[in-house]
Design a protein around this ligand. Structure first.
Ligand SMILES: [Zn+2]
Length: 243
C-alpha cells in the first residue's frame, strides 16, 4: 500500500550511478567493467543513430532477439527503439525460444529483425523456409555466426555483435560493423580482436584480448562515419580479397 510517508521516503532515495557490472568472455577468462546510467544514455543515442541509418523511424516495427544476460547492450537498444518510436517485440536469442521469434515475425510483420542468432535461425529452419520468411524483411541485423546461414538462403543480413562490453553494428554500406569510437578502442593483435575503454568512457578497461578472430578497418566509411569497423571471420567477412 502506498502511503504519504512511503512516498516521502522514496523521494530521499539516491539512484545509484552504476547500472550494470558487465562480465564478458575474454581470451583468458572473464573480463569485467562498470556500466553507468549515463553511459547507457550515451549508448542509447549512438544505437539510435545506427538504427536511423537503417531506416528505422516512428511507425516501423522490429523484433529484437537477445538473451537475458545481454541487458548491458539490450537496455540501450530498447531505449533506442523507444527514442525512434519503433514498435518492438522481444524474444530470447537461445534456440529454444525460436517459436516466439516466428510468432512475433508473423504477427508484427516487422521491417527489422535485430540480433538474430545462429541458434534461432537453426531452430526456425526445422519448421519454416527461413529464406522465404526474412527475404522481405528490409533490415536483418544478425550475429556473426547467423550471417552465413542467412546469406545461404538469400537473406541479405548485416552484422550485429556484442564485442566484449561493446556493441558492433554494421551500416547499410556492409563494410564492417561499426563500434562507437567515443566509448571504445577496438584493436587487433595476432589476428584477434581486442577492446579497451576510450578515454572519455569514464569506466576504465585496459586493452583486453577477446579471443575473437577479426580485423579492424579504420578510415571514413561510405556512410560518413569515422567509427572503426570490425570484420568477423565467423561472418565470412574476411575473404582472401579483403585480408
Ligand atoms: Zn558505415
Amino acid at each position: 500500500m502506498t502511503r504519504a510517508d512511503t512516498l516521502a521516503r522514496a523521494r530521499e532515495l539516491d539512484r545509484p550511478q552504476l547500472a550494470y557490472l558487465v562480465r564478458f568472455p575474454t581470451a583468458h577468462g572473464t573480463g569485467e567493467t562498470d556500466l553507468t546510467w549515463a553511459q547507457i544514455d550515451h549508448d542509447t543515442a549512438w544505437i539510435a543513430g545506427r538504427l536511423r541509418e537503417h531506416g528505422l523511424a516512428a511507425g516501423r516495427r522490429a523484433v529484437l532477439t537477445a538473451s537475458g544476460f545481454e541487458g548491458f547492450w539490450c537496455h540501450a537498444m530498447i531505449g533506442a527503439l523507444r527514442t525512434l518510436r519503433v514498435t518492438y517485440g522481444i524474444a530470447e536469442a537461445m534456440g529454444w525460444d525460436h517459436r516466439r521469434t516466428a510468432v512475433f515475425h508473423r504477427e508484427l510483420a516487422p521491417q527489422a529483425m535485430i540480433g538474430l542468432s545462429a541458434e534461432t535461425v537453426e531452430g526456425l529452419s526445422g519448421a519454416a523456409d527461413v529464406g522465404e520468411m526474412f527475404r522481405s524483411t528490409s533490415v536483418v541485423l544478425a550475429r556473426p555466426t547467423a550471417v552465413p546461414l542467412l546469406h545461404a538462403v538469400g537473406v541479405s543480413a548485416c552484422v550485429l555483435a556484442p564485442l566484449g562490453p561493446a556493441l558492433a553494428i554494421e551500416c547499410p554500406e556492409r563494410a564492417g560493423a561499426h563500434v562507437d569510437a567515443a566509448a571504445w578502442r577496438i584493436g587487433e593483435r595476432d589476428g584477434q580482436l581486442t577492446v579497451a575503454a576510450a578515454e572519455g568512457r569514464g569506466s576504465p578497461l585496459a586493452e583486453t584480448p577477446l579471443g575473437v578472430v577479426g580485423r579492424v578497418v579504420t578510415g571514413r566509411c561510405g556512410c560518413g562515419s569515422d567509427d572503426p569497423r570490425v570484420l568477423f571471420a565467423e561472418a565470412n567477412q574476411l575473404s582472401p580479397a579483403r585480408s
